[in-house]
Design a protein around this ligand. Structure first.
Ligand SMILES: [Zn+2]
Ligand SMILES: [Zn+2]
Ligand SMILES: [Zn+2]
Length: 278
């Protein structure tokens, strides 16, 4: 499974759209990997796309993507750095021409409501061009070439409106945790009961080195605690690749500083454009 991290920031990006903090100013001066856009991940060159933030168009330009080639879009939750459905409405007939494939979008009931709102604003729907499939928590679905397990996130309204995913293909398993606080025992029990040993984890590290990030995201300390918990349950092994992403400038660290901290703990620090095979 090939992961292409198109964007690796929390909602306001780095530099933050209206921020003059130290991290944001260093990002402005330095550029390169210090710059981060909203979180979106392309899997296996487009067999699956995870999330569709407002920055999707920037990603299309930066990485020469053609979103018309993508048939499966998995949405984690309804925050605007993960779903900007107004752009999806531009698949309608008045805006998008010569589309050969249908796009299917997957997400929770609340994500479906946000999706519908965008199409209601346009006054158009066309299931031959784009349709939505609702996902329930603690279920297993076939999505294109993938088996996807749906797990409730400790995020948003904390009532199954935000999902994190266990994604499997050809014997490889990815635990994708953007966005969530420390997962619940129910989630960890589900992974253990289904013997879902992991090849890679993409860890929510919004809070970087902070002591506390409000319970709906994680920091490096919680990431390490989660890895230990997964090891105890025989879900995580020495070979498991641990990637940290979804960074906020409010976490207080630049890319360079974050990488130094992560390297000490054998965590891979994601950056915009990073490609990794698991
Ligand atoms: Zn987010
Ligand atoms: Zn800032
Ligand atoms: Zn969020």
């Amino acid at each position: 499974m090939k992961l292409h991290y198109l964007g690796t920031a929390a909602a306001e990006r780095v530099p933050g759209i209206f921020c003059n903090c130290r991290v944001c100013n260093i990002a402005r001066e330095t550029g390169g990997r210090e710059l981060r856009t909203q979180t979106q991940t392309l899997v296996d060159d487009g067999d699956l796309l995870i999330d569709f933030p407002g920055d999707s168009y920037l990603h299309l330009r930066e990485y020469q993507l053609n979103f018309n080639d993508i048939e499966h879009l998995l949405i984690t939750h309804w925050h605007s750095d993960h779903l900007y459905a107004e752009d999806l409405a531009f698949r309608m007939e008045a805006y998008g021409n010569n589309l050969e494939k249908k796009l299917t979008v997957y997400g929770s009931k609340v994500v479906h409501e946000f999706f519908n709102r965008a199409f209601e604003l346009e006054g158009m729907t066309d299931p031959a061009r784009i349709e939505f499939k609702e996902l329930l928590p603690f279920e297993k679905y076939t999505i294109g070439q993938y088996t996807v397990h749906t797990l409730p996130a400790v995020h948003g309204r904390k009532e199954g409106d935000c999902l994190i995913y266990l994604i499997e293909r050809d014997g490889k398993r990815l635990f994708y945790t953007h966005d969530t606080g420390f997962p619940t025992d129910e989630v960890l029990d589900y992974l253990e009961e289904n013997h879902l040993t992991l090849d890679a984890i993409s860890l929510d590290c919004t809070g970087q080195g902070l002591d506390y990030v409000g319970g709906i995201h994680m920091n490096v300390g919680e990431n390490l605690r989660l890895i230990e918990e997964l090891k105890k349950r025989a879900l995580c092994e020495e070979k498991t690749i641990n990637i940290v992403s979804h960074f906020s400038h409010n976490g207080g660290l630049t890319y360079k500083e974050m990488k130094e901290l992560a390297d000490k703990h054998e965590l891979i620090t994601a950056y915009d454009g990073m490609v990794i095979d698991i």
